[in-house]
Design a binder for this molecule. Structure first.
Ligand code: HEC
Length: 118
């Protein structure tokens, strides 16, 4: 019986640990602000799997840190694409984090998009 409480305590602390760790790993960014800031982007990068053309990547549901990296690289010119370079030139770090938080939180239906996988 004496061992029951320590075990329960271990489970409890284990659960708390699991609950607290992810929040330390998640990138920051305000998805609500990001939604406003992303309005010009939605012309091309629409929600879900609706795309303008096959050369416009779907970014809904993409990992947030990937989006932050891509946008930072376009802004610095490390990644070259005229349209994206111009569109990111005036974004702040906070803008990039917010927009990335917004897009990464959108549902991606990439896995059942136009691939014929029936
Ligand atoms: C005029 C259409 C257009 C607009 C507007 C636009 N993009 Fe893009 N975006 C593109 C195209 C085309 C590419 C592919 C560029 C390349 O080949 O590197 C791209 C690439 C990207 C990528 C890289 C995706 C990947 O899979 O690597 C991200 C992230 C992105 N755009 C975010 C944004 C954000 C955020 C905005 C608003 C600030 C925005 N885009 C506005 C057309 C657009």
């Amino acid at each position: 019986m004496g061992k029951v409480i320590p075990l329960a305590a271990q489970i409890l602390f284990g659960a708390l640990f699991l609950l607290t760790v992810p929040s330390d790993c998640v990138a920051t960014g305000d998805a609500v602000e990001g939604r406003n800031k992303a309005q010009p982007c939605l012309t091309c990068h629409r929600k879900g799997n609706v795309v303008l053309g096959e050369k416009t990547p779907i970014i809904s549901g993409q990992y947030q840190d990937y989006l932050v990296k891509s946008l930072s690289d376009y802004r610095s010119g490390a990644r070259k694409h005229q349209v994206m370079n111009e569109l990111t030139a005036n974004l702040s770090d906070k803008d990039i984090e917010d927009i990335s938080a917004y897009y990464s939180g959108l549902k991606s239906r990439l896995s059942n998009s136009n691939h014929d996988n029936n």
